[in-house]
Design a binder for this molecule. Structure first.
Ligand code: F6R
Length: 259
């Protein structure tokens, strides 16, 4: 795991965009997209590079991490809609090739397996962007999620519903249930890029990167993955014990070595 501490959210966004751009320039990349606020500056930076430098997403496809259960796709806060409004509409990524779990499926119990099969049929995800919840969730794998879990329905904690109430008219409007890629599903992506900014994420980042590998902090599962880049700002790095070492390693990173 490589921990990259940047000065502020804008620098975080440029580093994340650099990583994603590397895959996009290879051609037919499969991107794993997160929603929530953490990746938004990175999406804006990628859209800027598309406009300014012609960064070409036309051969890419994408899979979302998660979706609310029961929220119509047309709802502005469905992740189907959010990812289009925040990213897909601003680049030349074909919306038909941006897939998400179907939170309106008539057979919601079977939807997870169908979604995992779709990811596998596409050859898997090349680079997966992840945010992290204040309780250590990634995707919507709340504490207690099996480290090998597959895509399935989960119940949001009261804390996550409160955290996400800012996107809705009120806290009661946040759905209780979600479909989320499982931790095992997420870990099948070939490169994980975890993004966190702000002091509110500092404890969760430290638990994920330096705490025990445990279902209690689902994000700690990234410790088990061979290729992880954690891109955070100074505020989100505030609780890391080895921050000095991460800075030193980055300052002395061999020129030939990419993220
Ligand atoms: C969203 C997702 C969630 C968020 C997490 C952090 O697709 O998978 O895990 O990444 O809740 O949300 P923000 O970035 O809004 O703090």
């Amino acid at each position: 795991m490589e921990i990259v501490i940047r000065a502020d959210p804008d620098e975080v966004a440029r580093t994340v965009a650099d990583i994603v751009e590397g895959y996009v320039r290879q051609g037919a990349a499969t991107l794993g997209l997160a929603t929530g606020s953490s990746p938004l500056p990175s999406y804006r930076e990628l859209a800027r590079r598309h406009r300014a430098d012609g960064l070409d997403f036309s051969r890419c496809r994408a899979f979302l991490l998660d979706e609310y259960v029961g929220l119509p796709k047309s709802h502005p806060q469905s992740y189907y809609s959010v990812i289009r409004a925040e990213f897909v509409d601003h680049v030349n990524l074909d919306p038909a090739r941006v897939l998400s779990p179907d939170g309106e499926s008539a057979d919601i119990g079977a939807e997870g397996a169908r979604y995992d099969a779709a990811i596998a049929a596409a050859g898997g995800v090349d680079v997966q962007l992840l945010g992290i919840g204040t309780d250590g969730h990634i995707g919507f794998n709340e504490p207690g999620s099996a480290l090998t879990s597959r895509t399935r329905v989960k119940t949001l904690t009261a804390q996550t519903r409160r955290d996400n109430a800012r996107f809705f008219d009120g806290p009661d409007d946040v759905p209780h249930h979600v479909l989320t890629q499982g931790l095992g599903t997420i870990c099948e992506a070939r490169h994980l890029v975890m993004i966190a900014t702000g002091a509110g994420k500092a404890e969760a980042v430290a638990a994920a990167a330096e705490g025990p590998l445990s279902a209690f902090c689902p994000a700690s599962v990234v410790q088990w993955h061979p290729h992880v880049t954690v891109v955070i700002d100074e505020a989100a790095a505030g609780a890391l014990k080895l921050a000095g070492y991460y800075r030193y390693a980055l300052a002395n990173k061999p020129a030939w070595q990419s993220f």
